[in-house]
Design a protein around this ligand. Structure first.
Ligand code: DOR
Ligand code: ZN
Length: 349
């Protein structure tokens, strides 16, 4: 096959926000067009804190999956200070729910019910470690006086490091890492510690957000960092190290809530995610490593089977639209009105 085409085993998205209600009619097809599975975040307006809520949310997602797709949502529970141990026991016996998400209270969108101090959830975490249930972390400290660009590093030092020391058997995924500190941390810890990397953190840095005017569509959490961190993330993603894998953190917000005097955090990338990861890997002359990052490392870490079918991308430019419909409003995608160099040519064979 010429270098204008690349085929890979169908990828999975190990970190995704689908929202709920009519929004699912937009978000689910965008992900299901190429990804086989996705880890679905539980930070709905009313967070998913029970297995029964997770299973009914899953049904609503499945109802929005296009007919020809075999997309499978993998559900998560939202960790609160008061999450019941019985929910962890149930999770261990519920194939459709695979992980627990830790939001430090107040760190990001719909996180006010998150964890206020790690000690409070030690019994839950201990039980998760026993069962081999992965803990997914939004890794930012919430100290209001800590500079926003230093919050990830502070979380590593004050929260994650002690947590890893206390629970070496716990499977930990540090989500959407944005700094060289996190890259080093994940590399150096034992084999139970991994990380997801978004495509926007591989493509952009804080200059893209803050020079030539303020660009609200680049605002996400953890916030885009300086370019040297972006370079570390690019090196980690393309290194072949199985601790790093694809997680888009695609997070749609209505256009008017992004282009706002108090704009929401989140970048909507699922309509072009695999194509843009391909751009990054091509730029770094690492297209031969895209498949492992996108289709193997995550499944292996979660202990799930790898997908079987293949998808193909062609090097062929297309223009991302200015917006997509989202319920009664619209959502502006990553690269809106701009060219994307790779195109999905074959899906759902
Ligand atoms: O930018 C973000 N958006 N970061 C998050 O952690 C949450 C997400 C969302 O749900 O909008
Ligand atoms: Zn997220």
């Amino acid at each position: 096959m010429s270098s204008d085409y690349i085929s890979l085993v169908r990828p999975d998205d190990w970190h995704l926000h689908l929202r709920d209600g009519p929004a699912l009619r937009t978000t689910v097809p965008h992900t299901a067009r190429v990804f086989g599975r996705a880890i679905v975040m539980p930070n709905l307006k009313r967070p998913i804190t029970s297995i029964s809520d997770a299973l009914s949310y899953r049904e609503r997602i499945l109802a929005a999956v296009p007919e020809r797709s075999s997309f499978q949502p993998l559900m998560t529970l939202y960790l609160t200070d008061t999450l019941r141990l019985e929910e962890i026991d149930l999770l261990a016996n519920t194939e459709e729910v695979v992980a627990v998400k830790y939001y430090p209270a107040g760190a990001t969108t719909n996180s006010k019910n998150g964890v206020t101090s790690t000690e409070k959830v030690y019994p839950i975490i201990e039980r998760m470690a026993e069962f081999g249930i992965p803990l997914l972390l939004h890794g930012e400290s919430t100290n209001p006086s800590t500079d926003i660009f230093d919050r990830e590093k502070e979380f590593l030092d004050l929260t994650l490091s002690p947590l890893c020391d206390r629970f070496p058997e716990l499977k930990i995924i540090l989500e959407h890492i944005t700094t060289s500190d996190s890259v080093d941390f994940v590399r150096e810890r034992n084999q139970n510690v991994a990380a997801t990397i978004t495509v926007h953190h591989l493509l952009y840095d804080r200059n893209d957000m803050l020079t030539r005017g303020v660009r609200p569509h680049f605002y996400c959490l953890p916030i885009l960092k300086r370019s040297s961190h972006t370079q570390s993330l690019r090196a980690a993603a393309t290194s072949g190290n199985p601790k790093f894998f694809l997680g888009t953190d695609s997070a749609p917000h209505a256009k008017e809530l992004k282009e706002n005097s108090c704009g929401c955090a989140g970048i909507y990338s699922s309509p072009a995610a695999i194509e843009l990861y391909a751009e990054v890997f091509e730029e770094l002359d690492a297209l031969d490593r895209l498949e492992a990052f996108a289709s193997f490392h995550g499944a292996d870490f979660y202990g799930l089977a790898r997908n079987q079918e293949e998808v193909t991308l062609q090097k062929s430019e297309w223009l991302a639209p200015p917006s997509y419909q989202l319920d009664k409003t619209s959502v502006v995608p990553i690269r809106a009105n701009e060219a994307i160099r790779w195109k999905l040519v074959k899906d759902n064979p």
